[in-house]
Ligand binder design. Structure first.
Ligand SMILES: [Zn+2]
Length: 453
């Protein structure tokens, strides 16, 4: 069985077991033993001797029953925490997922070697072919800083390993994959977030990283100073820089002639058009819905123009829909992964609950979707976002491709309850997240998993 299939089944099994555990009223982490199947590997013996420099810092060894993923010559160290799991829970959780870390520092400061330091493990997207993974048992950030013995052990083992492998002791340049980085920083660059991950709970936490690097004799750099942070290519987009560099506003309100509306269900009103960057033409084959996270139409348009983003159509709170660009085929930037194929619709409102209460607006959204689906022969379903042929939430696009400044929690715009209402309202078929094709695969930027190393 291929590695990909194996990973899929292990992920599927772990999701299933978590669901069973929750139904049984157990914490998701107190799972029963996994079934013995051919998918499970025998614990691999630790074959390579520890580098001599590390010998006196590693107390003991534990073998993980995970697949061998090939040879490793580390150029980076990625630091994790177990997000609340104990040492024994962590070992079980790692084996379920066929994932691993090389060194695990327990709450009492003892360091365990779980995997040979010259073999790869799966623990952080974008890094596993070059990284030595070090994890500390415990919570996140300030919670970890309270444990002096563990902090000291972790800093020592990171320092000695970095010296041994010639790894620069700084988190300045994650793109180079040379240095010591938090799993948080790796996720910001390459994704691989947990499902429902909260911004303040991304392990191990930057305050902890700062202290760890200081004690290891390294240099800690804050996010705003990470090399290339404002450039393209990050899973978690950065909007702290000068957004006007994203392009000049050359089309739209006051810049190009007022066009006739392209749909029966929308209006074009000069004052309600949007200024935008000319990015060429698309052939629409799908629709993506968003909420504006603003109370008013004008606030939304102002934010779109400032951020050089925006939709094709905006539906106001009074149930009127406006075409804000010159043509439905004008490319706009609103949802990474879909901009080349989808008409983007922004719905004015602070959040999903507000949208659900607005029946005039919902009725209009259904009308616009129905007309677009007819015009471009778009299937009225959110089933498979990979095809970009359907009606999707921005949330679904974020889960698949990331590339947003907001990837936290589960309340992605416009919300799946709202999606179900409008897709079914248009006579289509809504498919739940657990049934989206490939949802448990490693390809998604937000993984279908509640815990990761
Ligand atoms: Zn991690």
């Amino acid at each position: 069985m291929s590695t990909l299939k194996r990973a899929f089944w292990l992920a599927a099994a772990s999701v299933f077991l978590a669901a069973v555990a929750m139904l049984a009223g157990l914490s998701p982490w107190s799972w029963p033993d996994p079934p013995a199947t051919e998918e499970r590997e025998a614990p691999s013996a630790l074959r390579s001797p520890l580098p001599e420099a590390l010998e006196k810092h590693v107390t003991t060894e534990r073998r993980l029953a995970i697949p061998d993923r090939g040879a490793l010559t580390p150029t980076a160290i990625v630091v994790h925490s177990t997000s609340g799991l104990s040492l024994m829970e962590t070992l079980a959780a790692l084996e379920y997922r066929a994932m691993g870390v090389h060194l695990l520092v327990d709450a009492d400061g003892r360091t365990y070697r779980l995997v040979d330091l010259d073999r790869r493990v799966r623990a952080a997207r974008g890094f596993d072919d070059v990284a030595l993974h070090v994890s500390v048992v415990g919570g996140v950030d300030e919670e970890l800083l309270k444990n002096e013995a563990q902090l000291e052990s972790a800093a020592r083992v990171v320092r000695v390993a970095a010296d041994h492998f010639g790894i620069p002791k700084t988190n300045a340049d994650v793109v180079s994959r040379r240095g010591i980085f938090s799993h948080q920083q790796a996720k910001y660059r390459w994704g691989g977030f947990r499902r429902g991950e909260r911004k303040d709970r991304v392990e191990p936490g930057e305050a902890f990283m700062r202290e760890l690097l200081r004690r290891a004799g390294g240099v800690f750099v804050e996010e705003k100073d990470w090399k290339g942070r404002a450039e393209e290519g990050w899973a978690l987009a950065w909007e702290g820089g000068d957004l006007s560099t994203r392009g000049a506003l050359t089309k739209g309100r006051g810049l190009t002639p007022t066009p006739p509306p392209a749909l029966r269900s929308v209006e074009v009103v000069e004052a309600r058009r949007m200024k935008y960057v000319d990015r060429g033409t698309i052939e629409p084959r799908g629709i993506v819905l968003h909420f504006t996270a603003t109370e008013t139409y004008d606030e939304a348009i102002e934010a779109f123009e400032r951020r050089r983003l925006g939709p094709t159509i905006t539906v106001d709170v009074d149930g009127r829909a406006y075409q804000v660009v010159d043509r439905l085929e004008d490319k706009v930037v609103a949802a990474g992964g879909t901009n080349d194929h989808c008409v983007q619709i922004e719905i004015v409102g602070l959040g999903e609950s507000v949208l659900l209460e607005n029946s005039a607006q919902t009725k209009k959204v259904i009308e616009v979707i129905s007309e677009l689906c007819e015009k471009y022969r778009i299937p009225k379903t959110n089933r498979d976002i990979e095809s970009r042929r359907g009606v999707y939430s921005h949330g679904q696009a974020k889960k698949r491709w990331g590339r947003s400044a907001w990837l936290w929690g589960t309340d992605f715009d416009p919300g799946e309850t709202y999606m179900k209402r409008v897709i079914e309202g248009a006579g289509g078929q809504y498919v739940e997240e657990k049934d989206w094709p490939g949802r448990t695969s490693d390809e998604w930027f937000i993984l279908y998993d509640e815990w990761l190393p």
